[in-house]
Design a protein around this ligand. Structure first.
Ligand SMILES: C[S@@+](CC[C@H](N)C(=O)[O-])C[C@H]1O[C@@H](n2cnc3c(N)ncnc32)[C@H](O)[C@@H]1O
Length: 448
């Protein structure tokens, strides 16, 4: 691959002559492919027992694996059941190094398409609140889809500038992840177009943008809160230099040292991490963890119940649940759309939302249509009317393609709304009538 001369020179300065050669030799090695198990839906152990793929562990995260791109991992029903996310192995590091506790209020400020947000959601286990934001509305659409596929319901998905979020969330979050837009030097091997965009917008272009994002993020962090900064670039200007500036300006911040383990190197500031492609099977990253000094008061939980009465048309559907999934107090009915709000839902104003909570479904002329997101949020046993197809059943693929299915009476002795499962894990809804299941799988999500 032809790299720009000034880029090679900057890497020479950073690495020295010998190490530069090791780095450049990486470009002749094949790129690696990774998937990360959604531990919010399945344990790693159970996943490994069921998966047909030949996986080898990514050593620095418990739920990361290398896969063989010839094996069709993105065409498998388990992918459509949200059991894993495709992610470059070094990009698995940042979210795994931000300690998440159940009940946390978490912000992922530059979140699309959701590689880190999906992991943060898995670790919140449906508790607390995850605000996932991306300034680009089209990219935020993809982010929302990935969060819904992962079964996340405690979400607020926005497409805003950090400055606008600050108006609502000053000092609010326990944890913030800033995976900043960057010059993408760590992506050169994976995506050759990144070299071209680096020549147009290099480190000098991105560093001030990152500084601005970081300064605003810090204001949204509560005292005692943690902020993780990451980029997929090597330039010190975008990484350590940016952190130095931030630490000078924000005296209440301190670095919490991250362990290099046997895979990573310490960055140019002690306690920060640099991940190099010449050291590991992955592309490269920079990661640092910061803490805002002080201690925050307990979260003040305000009772934000929206409605205590199920809207007409929903009661019949609600009676099909084995547990009170549509816990009435948190339902938010807006025209024909119904949402289930997160437990810890703040009062927010003037933001461009893509989603507030879990989309439950739509009331069309008083008839309720459950959403695709609701199906993904459910667990086996939640819904009384389930059609659980075993792996290898050819109807799984036909269902994902949007086809109508034939179902025997032994398999399902009921009629109406049916949750279709892929060997224990929900895929979507259908409507059963006399042995025929009308397909209600989300059209835009179909397997092509
Ligand atoms: C490195 S990507 C994020 C990748 C994502 N965290 C993941 O793991 O899938 C950076 C993102 O920042 C977004 N972005 C750019 N400028 C931004 C800003 N000022 N505020 C918020 N997001 C921004 C871009 O649209 C882009 O999606």
């Amino acid at each position: 691959m032809k790299l720009p001369e000034d880029y090679i020179e900057s890497m020479r300065q950073l690495l020295g002559e010998e190490e530069l050669q090791n780095y450049l030799d990486c470009f002749d090695a094949p790129r690696t492919y990774g998937l990360r198990v959604n531990t919010g839906k399945i344990s790693v152990e159970t996943f490994l027992k069921r998966t047909p793929f030949h996986l080898t562990p990514v050593p620095w995260v418990e739920n990361g694996f290398y896969y063989d791109p010839e094996e069709g991992v993105t065409k498998h029903p388990d992918y459509y059941a949200g059991l894993y996310y495709i992610q470059e192995p070094s990009a698995m590091v940042p979210a795994s190094r931000l300690p998440i506790e159940e009940g946390d209020r978490v912000l992922d400020l530059c979140a699309a398409p959701g590689g880190k947000s999906t992991e943060l959601a898995a670790r919140l286990r449906g508790t607390g609140l995850l605000v996932s934001n991306d300034i680009s509305r089209s990219r935020a659409q993809g982010l929302l889809k990935n969060l819904e596929l992962f079964g996340a319901g405690n979400i607020l998905v926005t497409s805003e500038t950090p400055e606008s979020l600050l108006g609502n969330f000053e000092g609010f979050f326990d944890k913030i992840l800033v995976d900043a837009p960057c010059s993408g030097e760590g992506m050169f091997r994976k995506d050759k177009d990144m070299v071209k965009s680096w020549m147009e917008h290099g480190p000098e272009y991105y560093a001030p943008i990152q500084q601005e994002i970081l300064r605003t993020a810090v204001k949204m962090l509560r005292p005692g809160g943690l902020l993780l900064y990451s980029t997929c670039t090597f330039s010190p200007l975008e990484n350590e230099e940016n952190l130095k500036k931030l630490l000078e300006a924000e005296q209440e911040l301190e670095i919490l040292p991250l362990s290099t383990g046997e895979w990573f190197r310490e960055g140019l500031i002690p306690g920060t991490l640099r991940i190099w492609p010449q050291d590991i099977r992955g592309e490269g990253h920079f990661t640092a963890l910061l803490r805002k000094k002080g201690q925050a008061p307990e979260h003040t939980q305000k009772d934000r119940r929206r409605t205590t009465v199920l809207p007409e048309g929903l009661s019949e559907f609600a009676s099909l649940f084995q547990r009170p999934v549509l816990s009435q107090g948190r339902l938010d009915v807006r025209k024909e759309n119904i949402y289930l709000l997160p437990e810890d839902f703040p009062e927010v104003k003037g933001l461009r939302f893509l989603r507030t909570g879990l989309s439950v479904g739509e009331l069309k002329k008083k008839r309720f249509e459950p959403s695709q997101a609701l199906a993904m949020y459910l667990k086996k046993g939640d819904f009384r009317q389930e059609l659980d197809l075993s792996s290898g059943d050819e109807r799984l693929i036909r269902y994902l393609k949007g086809e109508t299915l034939e179902v025997s009476e032994e398999e399902a002795d009921f009629s109406g709304w049916t949750l279709v499962l892929n060997d224990g894990y929900p895929l979507g809804f259908g409507k059963l009538n006399r042995g025929t299941l009308k397909n209600k799988y989300c059209t835009g999500w179909r397997l092509l």
